[in-house]
Design a protein around this ligand. Sequence first.
Ligand SMILES: Nc1ncnc2c1ncn2[C@@H]1O[C@H](COP(=O)(O)OP(=O)(O)O)[C@@H](O)[C@H]1O
Ligand SMILES: [Mg+2]
Length: 241
Amino acid sequence: MGFYIVNNYSIFVTGTDTNVGKTLVSCMILRSFYLHGYSVVGYKPVASGCYKDIGMIKSKDAELLIENSSIKLDYTLVNPISFLHSTSPDIASKISGKKISLKKITDGLNNLKKLADIIVIEGAGGWHTPLSSKKMFSDWVKSQNLLIVLVVAIKLGCINHAILTVESIKNRNLSCVGWVANKISEDFKYYEKYLETLEKKLQIPYFGDIPFIKNLKINNIEKFINLKMFFEKFINNFNKF
Ligand SMILES: Nc1ncnc2c1ncn2[C@@H]1O[C@H](COP(=O)(O)OP(=O)(O)O)[C@@H](O)[C@H]1O
Ligand SMILES: [Mg+2]
């Protein structure tokens, strides 16, 4: 098909905000690589707003990543750090007295790299989400030199958020391999105009847009999204790095 084998890619999925479709896009990447025969696992190093499940604190995001990975892994391998509080990880960490260790996050990634060709890492919140008083998620991404995919939920204010995020990624000498537009509301005025403006302003590869899907269920997204087309765009751009 003209694609060459990619191996040991760690893809970091960030967004212009929380609730923009990072989990959806992470699952799309997982499913499309899986459909093309790759072994692929999701990683949600830090999750807040979790729930209690028989003595464990679990994140719905991590559970979706597990469901959509090609290898079924133990929960804690996919989500080593979790908080019940629905707030920024640094605040959740302070309230609960559980420190967020960057080493733990890195060790977790290194473990997964031994198990699969591709690791899809979902961040928490947006690009500069704080993990402690000193470190932000973006600092960890820099320490690992990860390739980044940006999810932009099309809503008021997203152009500014998207430009700032791409600018910051570039300023850190990291690579944003592309961005995905997500139509998170049914009718957004000037949707197409927003896409046009974003394409012009961001100047990074555009992987396409995800339609608004009523009662979205990730286990049947291929009914609504052409995963093969997304995969081709992903691969073509990843292979440039
Ligand atoms: N294209 C879409 N159509 C309909 N609902 C969507 C779409 N994208 C995301 N959602 C919904 O919006 C919410 C946030 O999406 P999610 O992927 O969890 O965002 P994030 O991981 O950035 O917080 C979820 O309830 C999800 O089902
Ligand atoms: Mg999420």
